[in-house]
Design a protein around this ligand. Structure first.
Ligand code: SF4
Length: 386
């Protein structure tokens, strides 16, 4: 993490850690959805014992989340975890923090200094008046100081806030102050869709400024949604390679000849199931669709009772409306296997002409909203009137 490594996605289990099978099932689901690292609570002795059984069977590194009881950090280290998260707001005794640092150093296990505006060290809260960016960064620096006393510097830091502008300011200040890898997140972001919007607003803003090495969406939702969202965000920002589907679709308008929302939902469900790592466009009309989506790997545009299947903007097949999704799926599979050039060469003879005929027909019926020339002629005519 850090030092040029790809930005990683984290999520956290919601199971009781003592429930080893339940927790492992969720860890596997999170890894499959895109999580590179999974955090698990270690809030009592049974949880620490559970970790000893979970860690060796996990497909991804496990980080133990520690609050209040430093002994549980020592127990989690003994259980074999690959990382610790310590909350400086509620493990406050320097000798306890140093004891954890010594043990983690011996075992070469990193520690995340996880500052949270909602559980900020009460002395700092008093000193700064509220959970300001300066107060959050001061909390992180205080903790780093204790760790440094033991020569420990395998550190990641987070300064999470539930208020997006404060979160962004806190991380900006932190990144100017230290050079450790940063874990980004908007804490307690809430349920969908608001939680998603807050998380994206904060995390994406920072990532685009080059700040952040690992991210977590803290959603009040199935954690699988967190992992998926995190992974998708990194792919959309070109910070990770595409591993899954990127479906783009027009928002639909009065020109649409089909129910674009239903068509996009059906296409998304089937393409996601097929696990094809491509960008697919679903467009509501054949007049503007293929042109507007020419950057997509493949797409379908709906006409009157027909669908135009296109690859990089070139129509390769014209199919009946009720075959659109199946045809798209079939062609998408072939595209991934054979490549765009081969599939464009295998286009149906006459597909482009049939598509052009459909477009003309539709324009005759609906009128050409983009007919700039005739509009300009009318504009000139009006302007030239005496
Ligand atoms: S592609 Fe066609 S239906 Fe979709 S928004 Fe554009 S003009 Fe409207």
């Amino acid at each position: 993490m850090g030092g040029g490594a790809p930005v990683s996605v984290q999520s956290m289990t919601t199971t009781k850690t003592a429930d080893v099978d339940g927790t492992l099932a969720q860890v596997y689901a999170l890894a499959a959805a895109g999580a590179d690292i999974v955090r698990v609570t270690c809030n009592n002795v049974d949880a620490a014992r559970g970790l000893a059984a979970i860690v060796p069977r996990s497909p991804v590194p496990i980080v133990a989340d520690i609050h209040y009881q430093y002994r549980l950090a020592l127990a989690a280290l003994e259980a074999g975890v690959q990382g610790l998260r310590l909350n400086p707001g509620n493990i406050r005794k320097p000798d306890q923090i140093r004891a954890v640092a010594r043990e983690a150093k011996d075992r070469r296990i990193p520690i995340r200094v996880g500052v949270n505006a909602g559980s900020l060290d009460r002395d700092l809260l008093k000193e700064y008046g509220s959970a300001t960016p300066e107060a959050l960064v001061a909390s992180a620096l205080k903790e780093i100081g204790y760790l440094a006393e033991e020569g420990f510097d395998d550190i990641k830091i987070s300064v999470k806030h539930s208020h997006v502008p404060s979160m962004v300011d806190s991380y900006r200040l932190l990144s100017e102050t230290v050079h450790f890898p940063l874990h980004l997140g908007v804490t307690e972001a809430g349920p969908l869709p608001g939680g998603l919007i807050k998380s994206v607003a904060g995390i994406a803003t920072l990532l685009l400024e080059g700040i952040g090495d690992t991210i977590r969406f803290s959603l009040t939702a199935d954690p699988v949604e967190e992992a998926k969202a995190g992974r998708q965000l990194l792919e959309y920002l070109d910070l990770r390679e595409r591993t899954g589907l990127d479906l783009i679709a027009c928002p639909s308008c009065g020109r649409a000849e089909v129910d674009v929302l239903a068509l996009a939902a059906e296409a998304q469900a089937k393409l996601e199931e097929a696990e094809l790592p491509i960008q697919v466009a679903v467009m509501g009309c054949v007049v503007n669709g293929p042109g507007e989506a020419r950057d997509a790997d493949i797409g379908i545009a709906a006409g009157r009772g027909k669908g135009h299947l296109f690859i990089e903007g070139q129509v390769v097949r014209v199919v009946q409306e009720d075959e659109m999704v199946e045809a798209l799926l079939d062609e998408a599979r072939k595209l991934v296997e054979e490549g765009a050039e081969a599939r464009m060469a295998a286009a149906d003879a006459g597909a482009e002409e049939a598509a052009a005929r459909d477009r003309r027909q539709l324009l005759e019926i609906q009128g050409d909203a983009n007919d700039i020339r005739s509009r300009q002629a009318k504009v000139s005519e009006i302007a030239a009137r005496p």
